[in-house]
Design a protein around this ligand. Structure first.
Ligand SMILES: NC(=O)C1=CN([C@@H]2O[C@H](COP(=O)(O)OP(=O)(O)OC[C@H]3O[C@@H](n4cnc5c(N)ncnc54)[C@H](O)[C@@H]3O)[C@@H](O)[C@H]2O)C=CC1
Ligand SMILES: C[N+](C)(C)CC(=O)CC(=O)[O-]
Length: 509
């Protein structure tokens, strides 16, 4: 992003021990929150794998938000656990799911990390008390169980063991909240916590359905993704079933479907034997379902879909946001608040670069490229970025003043494709005590193809009185500084152009 802020969290240094599927996701999550990360993973391809996950994460963030993310943290690969954790404020352990291995690695982390460092384990099911056994400082160890992909899915189950201090839990929650995650504290430790208890039940049942030839893996996945999978992204199990009880709600639902629990609707108590034949059956059907797409390609498709879902949820509940969408909205507001204000340093040789974003999946129309109203959104976001730069931020608007757009002339010059990087620049053409005349230009791709321009007239308003009003001197001073610098730039040929102008000029023939 062009506009960046400092690290968001109460921490600025993390260590990740294990950089596989989940460790790689944590690394990306921390780095993109502006936190420096040191990594230890003995796998010979660890650096390549982490780089690929990070590239996917950056692509996804570019599509997810136009808010000013912090400057990316520094990534360092280390030769030992001790070197990785030596100055860490948060250490995240993500080594394979084996108690003996985790205990050995956690003992090394505990011995090498500063006394005040938090130590989270990504374990999917081991109890934190079992991980704490033998540690010199067990009070700072807790389970921080994330969901794949860690850089997009916000939930972390925070589970304390017998020795974990309440202060550790509170500090862990504060760090996660600050980096846009949702740390939920699980009241009592239990193997597999809450999420994996539920997933394990579904997984166990699914394996039986495949083994017993009730359906194949693709049919099973279709049953989920065309039905309750869609519901679960926005409401959980209980709220969904409350609605399913009709006007009488949850009590009626329990009365109607409670007896089914006694019927043979489940084989959950039996564990399926994952013998070679079943592994081969599932593996073969899964290969066919993937239709040649690599894991990285599937990850990118998954990420695009998740971005689209979270963005839809951001617009939910009348624009207030809902669930994971509301969390994103609140996170973005904090990012804007942290980035807002500050004296502009106008570069007299060029228009201001105020916005960088990638084309989101939800922005693509039936023509296969960015749909027209998203151009206006990008230009609007660019105007907002300029306003924040001159001090017209949330507090300013809440105090009853703002700039409103009164006229826009948008020209479409080219197309933008899914995932493409967009950059928007602004030239301040003129300023007086009420009016602000701007010219934005939108560029796509690394070669910066100019794909649109927008000329804006904005008016300073007293929003409570509902009429225009002069802007205060501190805002005007910042604007004039930019306008004076931009006065030396060439006025774009399209300024003042009207629709159909050329046709009208040629009409007398
Ligand atoms: N894969 C998933 O969907 C999820 C996994 N988890 C948990 O995350 C942890 C890691 O799982 P994955 O990332 O899936 O496994 P993975 O196999 O993808 O990655 C494990 C990484 O740990 C490294 N490693 C092995 N020994 C090590 C050592 N002594 N020191 C440092 N690194 C070492 C390996 O080289 C590998 O890169 C497990 O506890 C798992 O239960 C949690 C949530 C979801
Ligand atoms: C399969 N799993 C137990 C490792 C899954 C998880 O722990 C959470 C997830 O991301 O599904």
């Amino acid at each position: 992003m062009t506009a960046t802020v400092g690290a968001l969290a109460p921490i600025s240094r993390a260590a990740c021990v294990g950089g596989g599927v989940i460790g790689g996701g944590w690394i990306a999550r921390f780095l993109l929150a502006g936190i420096d990360v040191k990594v230890f993973d003995p796998h010979p391809a660890a650096q390549r794998i982490v780089a690929e996950v990070l590239a996917n994460a950056e692509r996804a963030y570019g599509m997810l938000t136009g808010a000013p993310l912090p400057k990316r943290g520094r990534l360092t690969f280390c030769a030992s656990v001790a070197e990785a954790v030596a100055d860490a404020q948060w250490v995240q352990e993500s080594v394979p799911e084996r108690l003996d291995l985790k205990r050995r690695v956690l003992a090394e982390i505990d011995a090498g990390a500063p006394a005040e460092a938090l130590i989270g384990s990504s374990t999917s099911g081991l109890k934190p008390s079992d991980l704490q056994a033998g540690l010199a400082h067990p009070g700072r160890l807790f389970v921080a169980h994330p969901y794949n992909p860690v850089y997009l899915l916000p939930l972390v189950e925070i589970v304390g063991g017998a020795a974990t201090t309440p202060e550790t839990i509170a500090r862990a929650k504060a760090v996660l909240d600050a980096i846009g995650m949702k740390g939920v504290v699980i009241a009592r430790e239990i193997e597999a916590f809450v999420g994996d208890r539920l997933l394990e039940a579904l997984w166990r049942e699914a394996l039986w359905l495949i083994k017993d030839d009730i359906c194949d893996v693709e049919t099973l996945d279709d049953v989920i993704r065309y039905s309750f999978g869609l519901r679960w992204a926005q409401m959980g199990l209980f709220q969904t079933y409350r609605i399913a009880g009709g006007e009488a709600g949850m009590r009626h639902f329990l009365a109607q479907f409670g007896p089914c629990l006694q019927w043979p609707w489940t084989r959950l108590t039996d564990v399926v034997d994952l013998d070679d034949a079943l592994v081969e059956k599932i593996g073969g059907q899964s290969d066919a379902q993937a239709a040649g797409l690599s894991i990285r390609e599937l990850e990118r498709i998954r990420d695009e879909n998740l971005v689209g879902i979270v963005q839809a949820l951001k617009a939910g509940q009348g624009g207030e946001g809902w669930g994971a969408g509301r969390l994103l909205k609140e996170f973005e507001q904090r990012l804007w608040a942290q980035a807002g204000g500050g004296a502009p340093a106008p570069d007299p040789t060029a228009p201001l670069e105020l916005l960088e974003i990638r084309v989101s999946p939800a922005w693509i129309d039936y023509n296969g490229h960015m749909t027209e109203h998203r151009y206006l959104q990008v230009f609007g976001d660019t105007s907002d970025a300029l306003l924040r730069l001159i001090g017209v931020d949330f507090a300013y608007v809440e105090a009853g003043h703002s700039y409103y757009t009164v006229e826009t002339h948008l020209r479409h010059l080219g197309e933008a494709r899914l995932g493409e990087a967009l950059t928007c620049t602004t030239q301040v053409l003129a300023v007086d005590d009420k009016r602000l005349h701007l010219f934005h230009r939108l560029f796509a791709g690394p070669e910066r193809r100019e794909i649109a321009t927008a000329e804006y007239m904005m008016l300073h308003v007293d929003s409570r009185a509902g009429r225009s009003a002069p802007a205060p001197e501190h805002v005007l001073a910042k604007l004039r500084a930019i306008a004076d610098a931009h006065a030396k730039l060439e006025t774009p040929a399209a300024v003042g152009r009207a629709i159909g102008q050329k046709t009208r000029l040629a009409a007398p023939v």
